[in-house]
Design a protein around this ligand. Structure first.
Ligand code: NI
Length: 170
């Protein structure tokens, strides 16, 4: 099933998601649906709150279908180490058409559970490091524009408010 992507303004995006406690068929189905929904929306990462489900769960595929072995499921992920620095354009499916320069760590280690509940650690660099940070932020109720400097962020919010009024948002 393809879920519609929840856009900025929906409170589900700005509240911390609940931990996943059941590693069952329902979770596996949800993860499959999240990959389908992410690809449909042309994204390389998707957090469960972005489809309106407040659970600590995210999927990532920075290769966008090029390399199925790079498909990553992060259940209850936590960032345990960051180092270095990168700056680049960042976007989010929940803020379509807004891309901003964001500075973040360049090497990030995440600790998460897999679909069986088994813990693992994974270190990513570059785009994958950025995805780890972006998706775990989502699960903590934080959007990438919180990393954009204040004036620029206010401008984005103003533009969105106008689009909401004009019926061009949600
Ligand atoms: Ni996002």
């Amino acid at each position: 099933m393809i879920y519609p992507i929840v856009k900025y303004g929906d409170p589900v995006l700005e509240q911390p998601a609940a931990p996943v406690t059941a590693f069952d068929d329902e979770l596996r189905k949800l993860v499959a649906d999240m990959f389908d929904s992410m690809y449909e929306a042309h994204g390389v990462g998707l957090a469960a709150p972005q489809i309106g489900i407040s659970k600590h769960l995210a999927v990532i595929d920075v290769t966008f279908k090029e390399n199925p072995s790079e498909k990553l499921v992060l259940v209850n992920p936590q960032i345990i180490h960051t180092e270095g620095k990168q700056a680049g354009q960042e976007g989010c499916l929940s803020l379509p058409d807004f891309r901003e320069k964001v500075t973040s760590a360049n090497r990030v280690t995440v600790r998460a559970q897999d679909l069986e509940g088994k813990f693992f650690e994974r270190t990513g660099e570059g785009l994958l490091a950025r995805a780890f940070l972006h998706e775990t932020d989502h699960l903590n109720g934080k959007l990438f524009i919180s990393h954009v400097r204040g004036l620029k962020r206010d401008l984005i919010k103003r533009k969105i408010r106008k689009m909401v009024k004009a019926g061009e948002w949600l």
